[in-house]
Design a binder for this molecule. Structure first.
Ligand code: SLL
Length: 272
């Protein structure tokens, strides 16, 4: 972690700067002062693997001069997990030729769709929940409408997809964020906290699909076009393994406690 994985951006070096900057008092988000109210978990690092990019379809017969393509820009969990666990809001800044070019998305999935005619750079500012206690970060993505090989005919069926993989790294997370989110599938924890153990992973209950809009992108309408990122797959496997181990440790701890209690009982009985 910490190595540059994105093909297009320099997120990690920006995060590195953010990490360094965080040491300064005035870098803490509102409500997190005084500083001693946030206990940070030493020796633990949290990574949130993300993918951001655009999927763009040519409109074919439906195209007009100003609306030749329909596109979607998004930030998603790298294995399509719900990023709402850490991210509160994403502000997408579009080209000034769009109506209301500043678009604020207040809940996962963090995405928006538009129609247009030209390519430009989209900026995305990610704001975190207050217990994450991290400054916002800004990412940039170049919207691409036209395929690299422009000799062939454009297709309305096959979109142009450009994605970048990266990781949001949080060194020494706050205790409250670590305890709240450490077992969430969008989160990868490395290092071990001495003294703080995570609650067992809650079986991400998604029974109430129909009533609740889902924040993950596992069954997204554009899902078939999302790219696979090998780093993301590896991390997802590690997370699953870590959760299994956590589960096992909890089970063993319970067994130890009950054996100890039994031993204590036998000891006090035989002492009588
Ligand atoms: C270009 N520098 O010249 C770029 C600018 C702007 C694209 C592209 C607006 C659509 C709308 C739109 O697509 N702007 O008016 O709704 O290629």
């Amino acid at each position: 972690m910490g190595k540059k994985l994105g093909e297009q951006t320099d997120l990690n070096s920006r995060l590195q700067r953010a990490k360094t900057a965080r040491v300064a008092d005035n870098e803490y988000p509102p409500n997190s002062h005084p500083k001693n109210q946030i206990r940070r978990v030493k020796d633990v690092e949290i990574a949130i693997p993300i993918v951001y990019g655009t999927v763009s379809f040519w409109l074919g017969k439906k195209a007009d001069e100003y609306h030749s393509h329909k596109w979607t820009v998004y930030i998603r969990g790298a294995t399509n997990e719900d990023l709402g666990v850490a991210i509160k809001r994403v502000v997408f800044q579009l080209h000034p030729s769009f109506n209301n070019p500043t678009r604020i998305i207040e809940a996962a999935p963090f995405e928006l769709s538009e129609t247009g005619w030209g390519e430009f750079e989209i900026s995305m500012t990610i704001y975190f929940h207050s217990d994450v206690a991290e400054k916002q970060i800004e990412l940039f993505h170049h919207l691409k409408l036209y395929p690299e090989d422009e000799s062939g005919p454009q297709s309305t069926k096959k979109p142009v997809v450009i994605e970048s993989y990266d990781e949001i790294v949080i060194a020494q997370p706050t205790e409250s964020f670590y305890l709240r989110a450490g077992n969430h599938p969008a989160i990868v924890v490395s290092g071990a906290s001495t003294g703080l153990s995570l609650p067992p992973p809650s079986g991400i209950a998604n029974d109430n699909f129909s009533e609740k809009k889902r924040g993950d992108t596992k069954e997204h309408a554009l899902g078939q076009w999302f790219l696979r990122h090998s780093e993301a797959d590896e991390l997802a496997q590690l997370t699953a393994a870590r959760q299994q181990i956590q589960h096992h440790i909890m089970k063993l701890r319970r067994q130890v406690t009950s054996i100890e209690a039994e031993a204590q009982r036998m000891k006090s009985n035989s002492g009588q």
